[in-house]
Design a protein around this ligand. Structure first.
Ligand code: ACO
Length: 428
């Protein structure tokens, strides 16, 4: 029997259906709330208790530390799949067959050339520009070179737009980094796999033959998979809400990149390394920084700790921690910052403040350490996150459009002045 929630306001009772998800999550369906109550709405800043949609893409259970894409566990995907398979899975709902994957790869490669005029836009940015700002602008600029809006009722048109952005996005990301480092742009090599090609476009030298490093590419592949989707987080909700106005895919993605940039979201991986370096420069006293994080009069937060949804452990952090140790070992890198990270985690995991508030190391705590070991500049860390999150954003945008969701438009409770008579400037 379907469940019902009853709400009582001033003695009047209202009933609302409860929607049950496939993992038995319950959500009170308040679509009719304003209509039946005569205008009562809900208030939930930060949407901590608000479900914005029904989605079949990603399931996560923050209490149990579960993360699954389309039903497959993140642990198995990180271990057995490659990033392109995960892109296909997230976007189209099923793991691809060998033929489907081959076609997908070929179609992406066919779209991998970026219009030469895009370079002029890239050249317009000062070298000091943050790569996330550049990437967001370049993604938006792609619209000018691909002006036709996607016909979302045509699977073929939708597919065309999807392979186009999957192809061009790594080029833009790599170019963003090369421009900053004053390196000539690299057009990639279509004989390489998606992740290897990304690495080549970022790190090739004009006077050297590019040599792939399996340890590095496998680590990158895993990192991209771990970041590929995370249901209705800040950037994904942004992509969905911008797309809900029927702005195109590229415009929605550009907005998502901006949302990801912030240090409370994707920007945390950069902030973690900056924090660890600052602690090292200050003598490596982790206890001092734990105390600062606990001090309510100090705005300092332990970056890479805590998560809106995971209140037990972040399953991605577990995988990444292991991977970070392997990669550093395989590459023979000894990084004092990793020792500081380990020290911080050990103390915080036992500290009453962090235990009580369920603040555990999140995915960003360790990802920065691997990126650093792979030679990726600190201000490119969040771009790496965006590269990973791209299929998730696309999948969520596609789902939103196919489900014909209405435009996103939250309500508010007004707390400003009541009606006032206009005062001419001479009387103010
Ligand atoms: N360091 C110290 N205290 C913290 C931290 C932290 N990193 N995170 C949360 N707290 C404390 C808060 O001060 C608050 O304490 P109080 O109850 O005494 O007031 C309590 O824990 C709850 O914190 P909220 O901010 O309400 O939790 P919320 O779910 O809104 O925020 C967030 C989650 C933004 C991730 C937060 O934990 C944070 O700022 N972490 C650091 C930034 C970070 O690592 N972000 C990456 C997130 S993962 C991702 O985007 C991929």
């Amino acid at each position: 029997m379907s469940k019902i929630a009853t709400l009582e306001i001033d003695g009047n009772k209202y009933e609302f259906p409860i929607i049950e998800g496939t993992e038995n999550e319950l959500g009170i369906d308040i679509k009719t709330l304003r209509a039946v109550t005569g205008g009562v709405t809900t208030i939930d800043p930060g949407y901590k208790n608000t479900g914005s949609c029904e989605s079949a893409i990603t399931f996560l259970d923050g209490e149990k530390g579960i993360l699954r894409y389309r039903g497959y566990s993140i642990e198995e995907l990180a271990d057995k799949a490659d990033f392109l398979e995960v892109c296909y899975l997230l976007i189209f709902g099923e793991l691809p067959t060998a033929e489907q994957l081959e076609k997908f790869d070929k179609d992406i490669k066919e779209e991998s050339q970026v219009d030469e005029d895009m370079k002029k836009i890239l050249d317009g940015f000062p070298k000091s520009a943050h790569p996330m700002g550049v990437l967001s602008s370049l993604t938006s600029a792609l619209i000018a070179f691909n002006p036709g809006s996607v016909d979302v009722d045509s699977e073929e048109a939708m597919y065309g737009a999807i392979v186009k952005i999957l192809a061009k996005f790594p080029v833009l990301a790599a170019w963003t980094m090369r421009k900053k480092k004053s390196l000539p742009l690299d057009y990639g090599d279509n004989s390489l796999g998606y992740v290897e090609n990304l690495h080549k476009m970022m790190f090739s030298r004009p006077n050297q033959t590019y040599e792939a490093n399996k340890i590095v590419n496998d680590a990158l592949d895993k990192l991209l998979i771990l970041h590929a989707d995370h249901e209705q987080n800040c950037s994904t909700s942004t992509v969905r809400i911008v797309g809900s106005s029927h702005a195109g895919l590229f415009a929605s993605l550009s907005a998502g990149i901006s949302a990801l940039w912030g240090p409370l979201h994707g920007g945390a991986n950069q902030a973690v390394i900056e924090m660890l370096e600052a602690i090292r420069e200050d003598g490596g006293d982790t206890a001092k920084y734990i105390a600062k994080a606990k001090d309510k009069n100090d705005p300092f937060r332990l970056m890479g700790f805590g998560h809106r949804v995971y209140k037990n452990f972040d399953p991605r952090a577990k995988i990444i921690k292991k991977s970070a140790e392997e990669v550093l070992g395989d590459l023979g890198i000894e990084d004092p910052v990793l020792d500081i990270a380990k020290g911080l985690a050990e103390v915080a995991l036992k500290d009453e403040y962090f235990v009580q508030r369920k603040l555990y190391p999140n995915v960003d705590f360790y990802s920065g350490i691997i990126y650093r070991a792979l030679g990726i500049p600190t201000d490119m860390f969040t771009v790496m996150f965006a590269l990973g999150r791209l299929p998730g954003w696309i999948a969520q945008w596609r789902e939103m459009r196919l489900r014909k969701e209405p435009i996103g438009r939250p309500r508010q409770i007004y707390i400003g002045e009541n009606y006032r008579v206009f005062k001419p400037i001479s009387e103010r």
